[in-house]
Structures are given as C-alpha cells and as structure tokens.
Design a protein around this ligand. Structure first.
Ligand code: BGC
Length: 819
C-alpha cells in the first residue's frame, strides 16, 4: 500500500480534491477525504475560528492559548476532531452535513472555503443541508446557519442535534490539569441558550454561550450522558435515540448540544441560526443575582443575529468587506493562476498570518509560541496595503517588546502583549525586521508620524521613546555586535532558528532555542549581513526622508563596511557562505562535506546588492539552480546533513530532506525570486515564483497533500522519504514575501517613500497586463504594455522620465508602462 492511498479512501483516482471557483473567491472541496484536513479561518479581529473541510477545529477569543472556547484534542485520531458538530437524524439514519462527526456516507458533499467563511452543502436520502459558518464583522461570535430542505415527495420528521465541546479557557491547563479541571465545569441553561461559565465564580469575567434562534426540544451539557458509555462524537447515544438528556453538567466534561424536531413537507425548507459567542463583563457587573451570570450583554449579542435576515445581512457585509480589501491590489493578466493567487489567496493568507502569526493552525497548536517577533514583522510586509491602521498598531506592539540595547524578545502572547520569557531573546536578526516593516509601512502610507510614537522598551511604563529610537537601536545592535570577520554575530540563531551555532546541546529534550549561551563572540551570520545591508539602506533612506542627513550618512558608511566584509569573507567563489561557526569554520561552503550551499544568503545578499558589480548575484542564482532546485521549488540547503552536528544544532537533527535540513522551506523562495528581479532576471524570478505557488501545484494535490490555495511552511526535498509532500500549511511568512515578490518585484507596482513606482520585471511570455492599485488615497489604473517600444512610463498621457509616478494630488491616475 502506498502512502497516498492510505489517505484517499474513497476515490483513488483523484489527484485533485476540488477546484478553484474564482468568481466566488472560493476553493470548492468535493470530498471529505482530502489527504489532510484542509482548513480555513473564520474571524477578522478578536474572535477567531479554525475550520476544516469536515467542520473540525476550534475557536478562541484573541489568544488561542489563554481564551480557548471550543476544545481540541492534540494527537488524537483521526486528527480532525472537535469543532462544530451537527447531526441530522432521519429515521434510522444519522448523518452530518460536514460528513463528520457522524461519518455516514453522503449522497452528495461539497465544502467551500471562502474569504472568512466556510460552507457545506450535502445531502442524504433526499434531504439537503447547507451549513454556513462565519464570524460577523465586529462581533465576538461565530454564526452557523443551517438550511434544511426536504427534496423527497413525502413529509419528513427529522431531529437536528448541535454540539460544541467547551475548553476550560486555558488550553494548556485544559489538557493537563485534570485533577482540578474535572471538578470545575459550570453552566447555565436558559431557553435555547447554554452558557459556559467555568471559573467565572472566581477570577474570570468572561463566559461563552451557544444558542439557536428556535425553541429547542432538548439540550445536553453533560458529555458523558450525551455520548453514552464507550461512545464517541461519531455515534452519541442521545442522537441515536433521537432524544436529549436535558442535562446540566457539574464538573467533568461540559458541552453544549441542542436538539430540534424538524417537520418538513415535500419541498419545504427551514433555516436555523446557531450562535457561539464570547462575552466579557465589567467586573462590577458580573452577576445578575447571586451565582447567576449577567446575561444582558449576551442577550444583546444574540438579538443582533437571531433572524435569518440578520444573519444573511452580516454575511453580505463580510463579503463586501473582503471585496473592498481585495480591490486595493488587483491584477488582470493572461495567467489565470497568477490572477487567482494575487487577487484572492495570497492576500487572504497574508491576512491570516497577520492575525495568527505562527500561533494557531492545525500544525501550530495555539498553546505554544504566540506571536513571533520576526514572524509578525515579516507578515506585515505583505499586509501593509490592506489595513495600514492595523499594521501601525502591530508595529508598536512588536516594538514594545524590544529591550533597551536594541535586542528583543523573540515572541509575545497576543492577549498580554508581554514578551515570552520562556524563550527570551538573542536571535540577532530580530531587531532588523522591525526596520523592515516600519520602512514598508512608511513607503505604503507616507505616514512618518509613526516614528514619533512613544513606545516602551520591554513594556516598562516610563521607558517610552519615539519609535525612531527603537529603529536606531535595532540598527546599532548589529553595528555593535560583529564578529572576527566584521560580519554580524548570529546569537542564538538568525532567521533559520534551527541553525544553532552557539548551542552545543548533547542531551535529548534540551531546547535548541534556549540552550547554550545566547551570545557567542565568534559565530557570524552572512544572512544577517545581507539583511543589514538591505535594511540599513532602508533606515538611511528614512533618515534622509525625515531630515536626518548626518545619521543617514553615518549609517551608509556602516552599511558599506558590512558590504565590504561580506564581499571579502562571505563569498565562497560560486555562492555566498552561510555563516562562520563558533570555531570560525565556514558553514555553507564548497569546502564543507555536507551543507555546502544554503539558500538564505543567496536571496538576501543578492537582494541587498552585495557584490553586484562583481556579478555575485547572478552566480549565486545560477548556483541555486544547479544545487538546490527541484520540481517544487528551491531547497534550503544541499547536501543534507546525514548525521547530527553538535556545532550546528537543530538543523542537523531533522532527517535529510525535511524542514531546515534540505526541504523547500517555502518562506525563502520568494527572497530568491525578488533577488532575481534585482539583477533583472525575469525568467528566473517567475520560474521560482511558479514552482512552489499552490495553484500551480493543485494538480499534484495527492503528492503535496496540503491545501492547494495556501502555502505550507515546507515541502519535503529530494532527499526525503516522501519527496514533494508538504507540511504545516497556512502560517508561514511565505505569504507576505510572495505578495512582495509578485505584486511589487515582478509585476512592478512598488510603493516608495516618494510615491508609487512602476518597475516591472516580467518575461515576454507573460504578456501585457493591468493592475489596479489604491495607494495613499488615490486609485492608479496601470497598464503594463509589452509592445517592444521600451517607451517606459506614461502618466495621464504624458511621458515621464524614470519610474516614479508624480503625485499631483489627483484621486485617479491612468498609467501606462511600455516595455
Ligand atoms: C519560524 C520562523 C523561522 C523559520 C525558519 C519558522 O517556523 O516561525 O521564525 O524563521 O521557521 O527556521
């Protein structure tokens, strides 16, 4: 049996498991038997849900660890558990519109993941059920609209059951501390609403509820009674018997389930709106009477959406919201896949990464790292144009966990916004990413007031300094932390947090991220050198822009020093070196036995223009093609490490071909594509973009296994046992970098400090195309015309020298760029 047909139980002939519906901005999944759960995200700002193509997943308010609403069981089988559980009992048949949890074979099934919503449309025995899940804008709740139609020629008497399993708020504690937790569950039930109030009696001032806009025939909140002995969610005894137990749980495992008897004449349709909500109550108003929670805010929220019309209006609003967001950058080219990814899925994935950082996916548990410093800074690079105001707030939040010496905490918890002390700092690339995202913010908005924003260090009140001072300290951190070759010291690790040159861990279980000294005086990173040259220049540009010409000059001189050091000590002959280890030995050199070439410095040093006059960039990219390129993209290094190297750390802990040991780590592929545009190589730029781009891999979904509408963190490399198999979908910095790559570097619509610039780097074959771009309050209708004339920029009929569109204060510009 091959690995692929383990997963594809129904129809082994599938290479695809669905199709893109571009007009609807949806991916339509046509079988519940995708190789892995294919997921989507609900929620925009506050209340978030993860939902799979069988409605599995969970939801939370702001923080997946500290405010988990629905429970998810880790390492369970099948993996796709929890979530929103719906059953329809039709005589002796019990089925679920999302296939799970009942897992009864359906007559038809369809799941559509759209922009912030997911729908199911399924049927069984002439009953059709449509379930729509979304979080309405501005409200802390999920709406589940269930429409049931009787398509048979006789009357049907059905019973609908709903189900949610509550998490006792702190998802870590919930999965560990049974001796306490199994005694604390508390609920209230009033009419059709079930309130989950565990720990509300003491220090919490929040509760959750699950309701439906109809009278119920029964309910359950005690999981054991609802499921019955030795049963699970796929065959609850109450559902089998068609009758709820009307239980109010005390302790053990609190759940919320409704049952509703539904009589349908032939052709008749009924609609129900279920609502799963989160409520915070001011501390002084917690109680309605002794022990009875204050339900007023919940009732207000319930009333907002308790009709089909209100639910549908909220759904339309969500669609409108996304249509507007996606109208900010819109391309029309002859390549459908490019259009689809640029106009819909890249930008959508960027929104998800902006919201989640690397905290909550099906592969990031939500109980781990919270928001990453470098992760969130990079996510912002592709998000800036969508909602700059939110980007601004995020930049300030991130900068607030920086230390006074310019280094930073590596992560923070979204609820508390405090740095995560368990991991600390010492990742020496982190500070420079703050410069990267702030520079991108100013280029997008022209708003330099952000630089004046009083921003604390390490969240300490009274330590506030203007954001500009944070950037300065970021830059100076690199300047002040260089090693023997004049290259930046790596610290614990740079972007590749598995290259641990100062760790030297020998014992299993020691964290590669925190073990060993956080500072080593010898190990240097050529990658950080590339970053410093690139972002040092961007910092100097900001200095000039705000009238700090002297500082700009000083920083440019520092940039030149690192550039010279990199050209002298960071170049290996055919490609850039990766690093020097703690003994001063080369990493990523032709002299090495394994790990001869790494991708990261090729991308970054070339983007930074290091050694450009000497042709280093072109050579580096050729070397990438020679040594690292496979069918699906560029591998992170080659040859893979076959043994553990204590002086290199986690990178050598992975079996060859996986993760940082030789997989395609998709995040850094767009760096190389952008790098190709910097040296004017349009062929390579587009080829690199296409190879790992999800839509271009849809036809090999059976091999790739993860969602074909979003990037996964990695695709196993040639040395791996399962070459081509992707892992860790959704939360990857690839999303943002790809937006930068395709929208700015390749299609060439580039925000600059001075305005919008048009500088395409496209192949002849790509042909002419149009981009609509909203930028600083104006709309630019741009046509890039490949007529061979090379005439360049024409704005409103007038030829313009160079690439910058002059800002004449108009609301709309008609722009042509002739190649
Ligand atoms: C982390 C990034 C890191 C990358 C490469 C990702 O999982 O979120 O912070 O740069 O791996 O190691």
């Amino acid at each position: 049996m091959t690995r692929t047909n383990i997963t594809i139980r129904k129809d082994p002939k599938f290479m695809k498991f669905g199709f893109f519906d571009d007009a609807a901005k949806e991916y339509c999944i046509t079988t519940p038997f995708t190789p892995l759960p294919w997921i989507n995200y609900l929620g925009n700002d506050g209340f978030y849900g993860l939902i799979s193509n069988t409605a599995g997943g969970y939801c939370f308010y702001r923080d997946a660890k500290l405010r988990r609403i629905a429970r998810y069981r880790y390492n369970d089988v099948p993996g796709d558990i929890g979530g929103r559980l719906y059953y329809i009992k039709d005589q002796d048949t019990v089925w679920s519109p999302a296939y799970r949890p009942a897992e009864t074979e359906l007559d038809s099934y369809e799941c559509r993941h759209g922009m912030g919503y997911t729908t199911f449309n399924s049927s069984k025995n002439d009953v059709n059920a449509k379930l729509t899940f979304f979080v309405p804008l501005g409200s802390a709740c999920e709406l589940h609209k269930l429409e049931i139609v009787n398509n048979s020629s006789s009357a049907k008497e059905l019973t609908v059951f709903s189900g949610i399993e509550w998490c006792l708020w702190n998802a870590v504690d919930d999965s560990q501390n049974y001796q306490r937790n199994l005694s604390i569950g508390e609920l209230e039930v009033v009419g059709s609403t079930i309130y989950h109030k565990t720990e509300y009696r003491e220090r919490r001032n929040h509760y959750a509820f699950f309701t439906v806009n109809a009278e119920v025939d029964g309910f359950d909140t005690d999981r054991d009674v609802f499921l019955g002995a030795r049963r699970s969610w796929n065959n609850p005894v109450s559902v089998e018997n068609g009758k709820s137990g009307n239980t109010v749980a005390s302790g053990w495992y609190p759940i919320a389930s409704h049952s509703i008897k539904v009589k349908l004449a032939p052709g008749e349709k009924k609609t129900y709106v279920f609502q799963l909500g989160y409520i915070e109550v001011p501390r002084e108003e917690k109680w309605e009477s002794k022990g009875v929670i204050n339900k007023k805010p919940a009732i207000e929220l319930i009333n907002k959406y308790n009709t089909t019309e209100a639910c549908e209006a909220a759904f339309d609003e969500l669609k409108k919201y996304w249509n507007e967001l996606l109208s900010i950058y819109h391309v029309e080219s002859k390549d459908d896949k490019v259009n689809r990814m640029v106009n819909i899925w890249h930008q959508y994935q960027v929104m998800v990464t902006f919201n989640m950082s690397r905290s909550a996916s099906y592969w990031e548990t939500g109980i781990g790292r919270g928001m990453g410093f470098r992760d969130s800074c990079q996510d912002l690079l592709g998000f800036m144009h969508l909602i700059p105001e939110r980007a601004r707030d995020r930049i300030i939040d991130i900068a607030s966990i920086q230390f006074e010496n310019g280094s930073t905490y590596h992560q923070y918890q979204p609820l508390t916004k405090r740095g995560n002390a368990d991991i600390g700092g010492g990742f020496n690339d982190d500070p420079l990413w703050l410069v990267a995202c702030t520079a991108a913010y100013i280029r997008e908005t022209g708003d330099t007031t952000i630089l004046d924003h009083p921003t604390p260090f390490n969240n300490v009140e009274g330590s506030e300094k203007p954001l500009m001072e944070h950037l300065r300290r970021s830059i100076n951190f690199t300047i002040n932390n260089k090693g023997p070759h004049g290259l930046p010291l790596i610290g614990r690790a740079d972007w590749n947090d598995c290259l641990n040159l100062n760790c030297f861990s020998e014992e299993p279980g020691e964290s590669f991220q925190t073990f060993g000294p956080s500072e080593g005086p010898v190990a240097e990173s050529v990658f950080i050198a590339g970053m410093f040259v690139k972002y040092g220049k961007e910092y100097a540009d900001i200095c000039d822009y705000v009238g700090l010409a002297d500082e700009a000059k000083t920083i440019r001189a520092e940039v030149d020093k690192v550039k010279a050091a990199t050209e002298e000590f960071g170049w290996d002959g055919e490609w850039f070196l990766r690093a020097y280890d703690a003994y001063g030995n080369k990493v990523g050199s032709n002299e090495c036995e394994e790990g001869k070439i790494f991708i990261e410095p090729q991308g970054f040093c070339t983007m930074a223009g290091i050694g450009q006059e000497k042709g280093y960039g072109a050579k580096a990219l050729d070397s990438i093609y020679k040594h690292l390129m496979n069918d699906y993209g560029i591998e992170i290094l080659a040859p893979c490490y076959t043994t553990y190297h204590v002086e290199l750390g986690e990178i050598s802990s992975y079996p060859p071909g996986y993760k940082e040991n030789g997989a395609i780590f998709t995040h850094n592929n767009p760096w190389c594509s952008v790098a190709a545009t910097v040296i004017g190589d349009a062929e390579k730029a587009f080829d690199i973009y296409k190879r790992s781009c999800p839509a271009f891999l849809e036809d090999v979904s059976e091999i790739h296994r993860t969602e074909p509408y979003v990037y996964s963190q990695m695709i196993a490399g040639r040395a791996a046992v399962h070459y081509g198999e992707a892992k860790n979908s959704f939360l990857t910095g690839t999303a943002a970098w790809v937006v930068v790559d395709i929208t700015q570097a390749i299609l060439g619509v580039q925000p600059t400090l001075k305005g919008l610039s048009i500088k395409p780097c496209v192949t002849k074959d790509f042909g002419s195309y149009k981009v609509t771009r909203k930028f600083r309050g104006a709309t630019y209708n741009i046509s890039v015309i490949q007529d061979g004339s090379g005439k360049g920029l024409v704005v409103d009929g007038n030829a313009v020298e160079g690439n910058l569109i002059p800002d004449t204060g108009k609301k709309e510009y008609s722009v042509e760029f002739y190649i």
